[in-house]
Design a protein around this ligand. Sequence first.
Ligand SMILES: [Zn+2]
Length: 274
Amino acid sequence: MRRRFFQICLLATGLLMTFLACGSYAASGDSSPITVVIDAGHGGFDRGGIPGQRVSEKDMTLDVARRLKSVLTASGYRVVMTRDSDVFVPLGTRCSIANSNRNAIFVSVHFNSATRGGASGIETYFYSRDSLALASAIHHYVVGGAPSGSRGVRRRGYFVLRRTNIPAVLVECGFLTNPTEAGYAQNASYRQKLAEEIAAGVRSRGSVASSFSTTRVATDETIPLQPYMDQTRVTQSKKSRSKRSARKSSRHKKKTSSKPAEMEARVASSDREG
Ligand SMILES: [Zn+2]
């Protein structure tokens, strides 16, 4: 009888332990926010990229975003899309959508562009400190799964990163102005791969940051804040602005540097939101 009682106690303890283990997993759940707000960059009249760009960024971002949604949903995440069709959604609205979700993270999907066709690679942006782990993890996986090189994890004050109050990351999945990377992006299985790697980053956001040392991680001290550009204005005034700046630069007669890398950096940081 006593033995029986002991066995029951043992069983009960086992059940209790299991329950507690599950409970703590669900509660901390690798500090799992359960909602992922996926933001497909651009849309509608805003094609993204630079004028004259052959491959439309807005279509690529939407496709990767939809694939990412499928992968994350299958992994048990709740997913909210800032857009799920070819429509223009203002940046402020994208942030409002993100901020209306509790216990959430925000992932903005973009592709890069530059006037120099040779520019290539993956780069991942964050703004707030609590977004760094997510940025590092996503970058780690996307770079690991892509044939493109790494341009690093960078801190920049993009609108959707500054105005979101949840961990927020913007990933640039390669240059559509680079023939090789544009070729990858136009391949559906490659876009699926990108989605799976971003999802892997989301899943392991708590564990990659500390072990990932190959990426040049920007800090407050090393990277100056970038002024944010409202994409609604940028898109509409892009032509006139570039004309103005062309006139300006001819007036200043090459006072500014003409190094390709610097040109590219200016284009990348000034022309658009991601
Ligand atoms: Zn973009």
